[in-house]
Design a protein. Structure first.
Length: 172
């Protein structure tokens, strides 16, 4: 079963007040963090964007994740957990939150791109049922000019009740 909650965090929508903390977290774990302008633009478009933060005990974000809606598809555009909080179920909790949001929006599919070298994230996505569908060569270009291929992954049955049944029932 996939957890819908991690006991040490609370999931909530990201707000403008989180921008600095989210960018600081991204700087630790993302090879190409979003700019402040791009992040604020995402926050301003609630119709087609969902941004969540996992809030730790002191109220500060320890993880965040984002979904972009394109027609009946949900694109997972970001997910990150503070290195000192990784491997505690927070990434799974965030992804479950995006899946719940995709279902609530009536979407039928979810997709994402992930670096072919990112074994941790690929393992997380596989656990939720995302399946590899192809590779986009040299999809990512880092600041030093290095390129990395992207693995494209999909789930096509988000609107199937069986998809929901794989999640643990939230006891809260
Ligand atoms: C990917 C990431 C979000 C996972 O967050 P997390 O909170 O550590 O993940 P969880 O503790 O919820 O782990 C859930 C599953 O993910 C997989 N996983 C997470 N970290 C892993 C690792 N270091 N190695 C292998 N599998 C890993 C496992 O399948 C794990 O399930 P398990 O604990 O039952 O084995 C986190 O490693 C991260 O922020 N990475 C840097 C940013 C990034 O790469 N984002 C993805 C961009 S596409």
């Amino acid at each position: 079963m996939i957890p819908v909650a991690a006991p040490q965090v609370v999931l909530r929508p990201m707000g403008e007040c989180d921008v600095d903390a989210v960018r600081a977290l991204d700087a630790l774990v993302q090879p190409t963090p979003w700019s402040e302008t791009f992040l604020r633009d995402q926050l301003a478009d609630a119709k087609t964007r969902t941004l969540l933060v996992a809030e730790g005990a002191d109220g500060a974000p320890v993880g965040h994740a984002a979904l972009m809606v394109v027609a009946d598809e949900g694109h997972v555009t970001s997910i990150a957990v503070d290195p000192t909080h990784q491997r505690r179920g927070i990434g799974a909790c965030l992804l479950a939150g995006l899946c719940r949001d995709a279902r609530a929006r009536g979407l039928s599919s979810m997709t994402l791109e992930v670096r072919t070298s990112n074994a941790a994230a690929i393992s997380l996505y596989r656990r939720f049922g995302f399946a590899p569908a192809g590779v986009r060569p040299a999809y990512y270009t880092d600041a030093d000019g290095t390129t990395t291929d992207a693995l494209v992954m999909w789930i096509h049955d988000v609107d199937d009740p069986a998809f929901d049944e794989q999640f643990e029932k939230d006891q809260s």
